[in-house]
Design a protein around this ligand. Structure first.
Ligand code: ADP
Ligand code: GLC
Length: 484
């Protein structure tokens, strides 16, 4: 099959969170299964800075957005042997961040990603490349299924191309004022309740849910949750309309990239059979971050976007207890201003058992996974979560809230259904988190059984193998719908 991945971030080129891990890893697995896979993303400043052997292409497109024709140039490179195309436009993509700053989104995001989506489809024609499947991710690419269904329904060039739309996070919907329709080149007739209109605004995610051939999200539990009013973010009714085409496919992690046996960014390599090197990583992390070098004190790590989703308000409530407890807490994160301030307040407390690290630091993250005994993810909701899977692979035992993909990957002894590999709690309250964390800390004191739990986590399979097969099935289903 010919599969084109279209995404607003892809590892290693540009990353703000797990989306990039997925779009950088799943194509490699599909390629190994024998498919012709290609990837396309915007050519941001940070991609340009990275180099990546990117060359200028000869193709260009002129896209009508924001009332005038905007020129897009195509660049290209490869990710291993997968062709990667990058759409360049300085006005839209030469900026310091991908989507906005700590104080808010860029106001012209609708134009930026309308330009991207239209540019991608125009390029396909210029290249005379007809994918069987266009696999789109999140609202930034939502216009692709919408355009194919509503504008290009009669276009023979695309008549055999089907779309899969993956929702990585239902909270990001691409909401814009009605007036933006014109800017994005969308016909006003699409602003209706059965298409883009959502409480008086444009909702791009809704448009994709209604028009993609198949829709999926990134874990089975989250897939069930989003069909309820509590977790549906206003779109549960719309999702219910597509219930027969909606699937949950658990993410994997890139086992070549996230591998404590070969990771060059950690201070000593280790394996489930010989995990002794992990203690060395803990010591190195403690030294690097100025924490007391103490083998027996449980070190709790957290690597996270700083948003409403991730449970920092629970942590805030527990801070006085954490500061006094016999544990060390290492935080790495960046994101919303509100939570940046909160982390700065944590740092200002001056307690010597908490290390606050603000910023996006891909070189520090693996050191935290490798150096932590416990990995914390107390999310309010979590579509899948990769942090806990990476932590498991690096022998950091996860403590998580039992929601979404966290419920599908972390098993508490209380579940009794699976062999335990971590600790979880149900209620979104500081008390429930503290209770689970305390159980983990107590368990850590029993070295022999802790080691067993750690090894069991490391031996679990969170690679892409099984999930890539599931995507393959979804693609076949789309082709069947297209009569192929
Ligand atoms: P989300 O996609 O909601 O942010 P995931 O757990 O799916 O959550 O993925 C997060 C990914 O981003 C992981 O690879 C994690 O290591 C990485 N990450 C998050 N914050 C940072 C940071 N501040 N610095 C480096 N890597 C980070
Ligand atoms: C989103 C979700 C996260 C998921 C990631 C990759 O950012 O918040 O749970 O793991 O996408 O699918």
């Amino acid at each position: 099959m010919k599969i084109l991945f279209v995404a607003s971030e892809v590892t290693p080129f540009a990353k703000s969170g797990g989306l990039a891990d997925v779009t950088g890893a799943l194509p490699k697995s599909l390629k190994k299964q024998g498919h012709d896979v290609r990837i396309i993303l915007p050519f941001y400043s940070e991609v340009e800075r990275g180099g990546y052997g990117i060359r200028k292409g000869r193709k260009s497109v002129d896209v009508m957005v924001g009332g005038s024709a905007k020129r897009g140039l195509f660049r290209h490179t490869t990710l291993e042997d997968i062709p990667v195309y990058l759409l360049e436009n300085k006005e839209y993509f030469s900026r310091d961040h991908l989507y906005g700053t700590a104080s808010g989104e860029y106001p012209d995001n609708h134009q930026r990603f309308a330009f991207f989506c239209r540019g991608v489809l125009d390029l396909l024609k210029k290249m005379d490349y007809r994918p069987d499947i266009i696999h789109c991710h999140d609202w930034q690419t939502a216009m692709i299924p919408l355009i194919l269904k509503k504008e290009k329904g009669d276009d023979l060039f695309f008549s055999k191309t089907g779309t899969v739309f993956t929702i990585h996070n239902l909270a990001y919907q691409g909401l814009f004022p009605r007036e933006a329709m014109v800017d994005m080149g969308l016909d006003p007739s699409l602003f209706t309740i059965d298409c883009l209109e959502f409480y008086g605004k444009i909702n791009l995610l809704k448009g994709a849910i209604l028009t993609a051939d198949v829709i999926n999200t990134v874990s089975e539990t989250y897939c069930r949750e989003i069909l309820t009013p509590e977790a549906g973010d206003g779109l549960d009714g719309v999702l219910a309309l597509r219930r027969n085409d909606l699937y949950g496919v658990l993410n994997g992690i890139d086992y070549e990239h996230w591998n404590p046996a070969t990771d060059r960014g950690i201070s000593r390599n280790y394996t489930p059979a010989a995990p002794a090197g992990k203690a060395h990583n803990k010591k190195a992390l403690q030294k690097r971050l100025g924490l007391e070098v103490a083998e027996d004190v449980p070190l709790i790590g957290m690597v996270s976007r700083l948003t409403e989703q991730k449970g920092f308000d629970l942590l805030e409530a527990l801070l006085p207890r954490i500061a006094k407890a016999k544990l060390q807490l290492v935080l790495l994160g960046t994101g919303d201003e509100k939570y940046l301030k909160l982390l700065q307040e944590f740092a200002a407390l001056g307690t010597d058992n908490i290390s606050v690290n603000i910023g996006f630091h891909p070189e520090l993250a693996p050191q935290i996974y490798a150096g932590s005994d416990i990995f914390l993810m107390p999310s309010r909701y979590e579509p899948c979560g990769l942090g806990q899977m990476i932590a498991l692979r690096y022998g950091a035992v996860p403590v998580v809230r039992k929601t979404g993909g966290l419920a599908d990957t972390v098993f508490d002894e209380r579940d009794q259904s699976r062999e335990p590999n971590g600790f979880s709690f149900d209620d979104y309250t500081p008390e429930a988190l503290w209770e689970a964390l305390s159980r983990a800390i107590n368990a850590h004191a029993d070295k022999a059984s802790w080691k067993k739990m750690m090894k069991r986590g490391m031996a679990g399979d969170f690679s892409w193998n099984a999930s890539a097969r599931k995507y393959e099935e979804l693609y076949r289903q789309v082709l069947a719908k297209k009569g192929r």
